[in-house]
Design a protein around this ligand. Sequence first.
Ligand code: ADP
Ligand code: NG1
Length: 462
Amino acid sequence: MPYLLTPENVPVVIIPDELRHSERVERLIKRYNDKFESKPMFLVRVPGRVNIIGEHIDYVGYSVFPMALKQDIIMAVSVNNTPNIELTNLEANEYGDITLDPTNLEFVQPPQWYHYFQCGYRGVVDRFCNGQPPLGLNVAVHGTIPPGSGLSSSSAMVCASAFATIMAFHQKTNLLSVPINKLEITQLCIKSERYIGTDSGGMDQAIAILAQEGSAKYIEFIPELTAVNVQLPTGVNFYISHCGVSMNKAATAYYNTRVAETRLAAAVIAKKLNISGYRLGDQLWVVQQASAIPLSQMGDKLKEIFDMNKESYSKSDLVTILGIDEEELDRVFLSRVSEPIDSFKLYQRALHVYEEAARVHEYRKECETSADTHRLGQLMNESHRSCRDLYECSHPALDKLVTHALSYGAIGSRLTGAGWGGCIVSLVPVEKSTEFESMMSKHSKFNCKSGPSSGAVIYKLF
Ligand code: ADP
Ligand code: NG1
């Protein structure tokens, strides 16, 4: 059916023979057959991603610059004619089999692997299938994205489960009509992943679904979600290297604390600049746009707004500045932060956001014009320093790996993804790549070259 292959829709294609008979897919289907004593109808593939530049600015409204990876999550799926969701995973030691009751999907801490499946399932059911009887399905999962490493294995899980659920509903009821519009399903997946408890932006789901082989994407969220292909420069390779420390962000308060700090910073800016139309909880993007101050001048403006003698603000400082009571402060800004906190670094977080947003614009422009790889490298290095010093989302092991990468020939190197552990991404001239790879493999158990891969695909197995 040709309409399934239009660029606006998630491709639904007959599985190519080569993939069907690959060792990995055969193993996954065998697991499915052994566990469920039946055959899967569909295979879903969703890639991980590496963010080249633009860290912790998607949930603030600014554009980011990721590319999809070869590493992915695949799921073999079919309806099972029971009221239950049955999940099995090829990595049984890490991710044990589970039976879920779709009428009672709970999200409790700490997050378990199947909670990420529940996110996508619940998102689809809430949106499209309310009032219909629960859908039972069998799913076998396998992933090659190192988890908790800033390469977005969680979003690949969530997006794959959303596709699995949509296709299963379609198979069962024929009420959901294929095609699946990419932008619509991306928005759904962005919202769904928040069930896990993280107030994430939309970068990961967007690149996982919208990516096109051979191009990085410049992704904008405002005024609406758009993703533009950008060619990466020639003569260089991008390497991803793991620092050895993993971090499950939904199990800690780090990420949501940063989200809260950016929103508190926006509230203080709005108050001091007397921004009309600002609503409590709005993003840093909103106040910058409303103030009409260019990104390049925001750094100076922040120095006037924030008290430069203060490293951090307390709740009582903020209650006074914002003219709200503590109950409102907690409700609007802190309800999703799982630990008590009374020290907020607002100037530092806002400065990172505005400068990082400007770096993303420049990076894209540089790729599209002169593609000066030294400037690209500088931007990546500046980004890492800002993540480390202003946003404080690095880790000593990441900093050390970045230092190694630069000493082995990278022009630029930075942490990628949420941080606090996980991976770095390095820009390496082709002529230095062989040596870089061999030296970095001494410091990193996961070290690979990566070019831009394609986005999510659904394969029909019959
Ligand atoms: P990331 O930066 O990779 O998105 P997160 O900590 O947000 O890291 O999410 C990682 C979680 O996603 C894992 O702890 C696990 O629950 C889930 N996950 C990742 N890969 C798989 C997989 N192959 N199978 C099952 N669950 C997975
Ligand atoms: P990872 O690297 O997957 O933990 C997270 C967020 C992104 C973005 C980056 C930081 C999720 C699903 N993703 O990515 O939206 O904010 O951190 O740039 O939480």
